[in-house]
Design a protein around this ligand. Structure first.
Ligand code: FAD
Ligand code: UDP
Length: 373
């Protein structure tokens, strides 16, 4: 048996909550501090007109890891939602991810062979070059037409820089299929928690051994926290923890504009991407469609998502994992390793990684195994 410890968890997001839950399950005392005025970090949802509103953008849980799928079901029951966003390019509608429905609408092709021939013909512009950035990777996957209509504008708005300056891995997140299948993910398991995401974190933090304090910023009392706790799990920004000693890591921020409308159905789908360069937002979410039209029949809630440059004080939603930032992160990681006896860095911001929810739970469980087993 390991000696019981007093833990401080900084951040009540999914990483911090998973760690706190597992630590308390093993008899340890945990204090969780959170600078926002609510739990659950970016997966926070709240009910409006009987609809669960995803306050920080659309969140669809998907994983191929059965252990993580079973794990998360302890805290919520999931519905059968399958993400099938559509793209609106100057009023033309296309299915996502890139699949036979997209190719048929765009080129009139009917068979997978015809679609492949078209893609091969268009990717010839690369002259066999190995894709080194997002633009080349996209053209290599789906050709120049789709790149121009469905990728370039959206990507450059989202990331605020030319697609030639972005890493190829970002576009490899999306499936490309020669089947008529509009499921955005390839994963075996997928759904949205019935009753929203916030309950997951609430249940994780419900133990008598856990105390939670919101509206509390670690940096207001950093020295005291370091003195008073045996171990600290830090899920905020790793560069901020080290007072930006080597300079700032880059993040991408977002502005969400949420509106309640007096109509039952605004856009007929949960997620519509606006893939042209001129529309200032990247997507509109209509929250009730995550729950198959639940809630008030006469009302709906929509959110427009505007990407923006991150500046100190903004929410850092996305790490920008290009070569420059990854190299800088490595230097911060070396500092973090020197503090490993006292502080564990975790989550999207603590590990500066473009993690999905299942990966965050997975990473937290790896940390738990190292800490307790
Ligand atoms: P966070 O949720 O960011 O939690 C960190 C917490 O720490 C925050 O609450 C923050 O306020 C707090 N904090 C930071 N600094 C301090 C401090 N100094 N003192 C106190 N508290 C502090 N994943 C999917 O699997 N599917 C999706 O569909 C999906 N969609 C997404 C859409 C958007 C727009 C975004 C931004 C992300 C999406 N994700 C999705 C990713 C998902 O949100 C993350 O994987 C997950 O929420 C990360 O959890 P975390 O605990 O690492 O970070
Ligand atoms: N993307 C695109 N057009 C779309 C949707 C996505 O070009 O209609 C690109 C864009 O670069 C985006 C990346 O694919 O950043 C990954 O998309 P995903 O939906 O996984 O982004 P997230 O949900 O994480 O914002």
């Amino acid at each position: 048996m390991k000696k019981l410890k007093n833990y401080l968890v900084v951040g009540a997001g999914l990483f911090g909550a998973t760690f706190a839950y597992e630590a308390a399950k093993r008899g340890n005392r945990v204090k969780v501090i959170e600078k926002r005025n609510h739990l659950a970090g970016n997966i926070y949802t709240k009910e409006v007109d009987g609809i669960q509103v995803h306050q920080y953008g659309a969140h669809i849980f998907h994983t191929s890891n059965k252990k993580i799928w079973n794990y998360v079901q302890q805290f919520a029951e999931f519905n059968r939602y399958t993400n099938s966003p559509i793209a609106n390019y100057q009023g033309e509608i296309y299915n996502l991810p890139f699949n036979m429905n997209t190719f048929n609408k765009l080129w009139g092709v009917v068979t997978p062979q015809e679609a492949l021939a078209k893609i091969n013909q268009q990717r010839a512009v690369l002259k066999g070059k190995r894709p080194e950035n997002l633009e080349e990777q996209a053209i290599s996957l789906v050709g120049t037409d789709i790149y121009q209509k469905l990728i370039k504008g959206y990507t450059e708005k989202q990331w605020g820089r030319p697609a030639t300056e972005l890493p190829a891995f970002i576009i490899r997140r999306l499936p490309v299929r020669l089947t008529y299948d509009n499921n955005y993910f390839n994963d075996l398991y997928q759904g949205i928690p019935i009753g929203g995401y916030t309950q997951i974190v609430e249940k994780m933090l419900a133990s008598d051994l856990i105390t939670v304090e919101t509206q509390t910023d670690f940096f207001d009392q950093q020295a005291e926290y370091l003195k008073n706790y045996d171990r600290i799990v830090f899920t905020g920004m790793i560069d901020q923890y080290f007072a930006y000693r080597y300079g700032e890591l880059e993040y991408r921020s977002l502005q969400f504009e949420t509106e309640e409308l007096d109509q039952g159905n605004y856009q007929g789908n949960a997620v519509v991407n606006y893939t042209d360069a001129a529309t200032p937002y990247t997507r509109i979410i209509e929250h009730k469609h995550f729950e198959f039209g639940k809630g008030d029949k006469e009302k709906t809630v929509i959110t427009r998502e505007y990407p923006k440059t991150w500046q100190r004080g903004d929410e850092p939603y996305y790490p920008v994992n290009n070569a420059k930032n990854n190299a800088l992160y490595k230097k911060y990681k070396e500092l973090a390793d020197q503090e490993a006896k006292k502080v564990i860095f975790g989550g999207r911001l603590g590990q500066y990684r473009y993690y999905n929810m299942d990966q965050v739970i997975g990473a937290a469980l790896v940390t738990v195994a190292k800490e307790f087993e």
